[in-house]
Design a protein around this ligand. Structure first.
Ligand code: GTP
Ligand code: MG
Length: 232
């Protein structure tokens, strides 16, 4: 079985359309929304959809603890379910186009993890201001240089992963609670021998809702790869 995991914090404007789009593209997929008690009522929307479709489920968390903590909580739950053989991970705001999912899952048959990548030929970003493009590009080069991973888009949050690979990770060994989780996940997968493929995606600006990017992302990102490297 395939499970698409979507972390949410204040995504009421996007989540319903995204869930229906994913379910229409892949009839065999299920969706798990991991919500950190969004004040805008994201979870209530998901609960309503769940009444009409058993393929949709919700993991409700008490408070906002960051994207990384939300995914790790979701991993610990889905690893209990032996039926889930493949997962996808994506943002709720339509930056990650669900139309890419079938091709990404196809590629997964020949590797352990497929990464939706902005920094391979054919990939790119639409709608971001110049400062954000520069920050993202050089942030990636910086992390890749330090960690020496064979992945061009280390900060991508769009993946398909074989569940058997997730089983090899020790979930308690994750340090990053926020966006640096994306780098750490790839690093820990790589250390466990994962074979990656990058699939070119055009990353779009968020559709609805407000941007949550802050200067914190820079301070978190500068130290994160060093912390990962020097951890035993
Ligand atoms: N559960 C949970 N989800 C989160 C948290 N922070 C962000 N998210 C979700 O993680 C995904 C990526 O976050 P975004 O806010 O879109 O980050 P971004 O794409 O860098 O920035 P913007 O799109 O400009 O806001 C979205 O689906 C968010 O709703 C959190 O603390 N908990
Ligand atoms: Mg976003």
């Amino acid at each position: 079985m395939r499970l698409i995991i979507i972390p949410t914090y204040n995504e009421a404007q996007n989540i319903e359309a995204l869930i229906y789009k994913i379910l229409s593209i892949d009839q065999s997929a299920s969706v798990l929304v991991v919500d950190d008690n969004s004040p805008d009522g994201t979870a209530e929307i998901v609960k309503r959809i769940m009444k009409g479709d058993i393929r949709v489920s919700l993991l409700s968390r008490q408070k906002k603890q960051g994207l990384g903590k939300a995914y790790i909580h979701a991993f610990s739950e889905i690893l209990k379910d032996v039926q889930i053989s493949e997962i996808a991970m994506m943002d709720a705001d339509f930056s990650h186009n669900p139309d890419y999912l079938p091709e990404m899952f196809n590629l997964l048959s020949n590797c352990d993890a497929v990464i939706g990548s902005r920094y391979v030929r054919g990939g790119g970003i639409e709608g971001w201001e110049l400062w954000r493009r520069i920050l993202s590009y050089f942030g990636n080069v910086y992390c890749k240089t330090i960690l020496r991973l064979p992945v061009y888009d280390l900060t991508s949050g769009f993946y398909c992963i074989k569940t058997e690979m997730l089983h090899k990770l020790e979930l308690s060994s994750f340090d990053a609670s926020g966006y640096a989780f994306q780098i750490e996940l790839k690093y820990l997968l790589y250390k466990k021998g994962a074979r990656f493929k990058e699939f070119p995606i055009i990353f779009a600006n968020r559709l609805g809702g407000e941007s949550k990017i802050s200067s914190h992302i820079i301070s978190e990102g500068v130290l994160a790869p060093w912390r990962m490297l020097f951890k035993k």
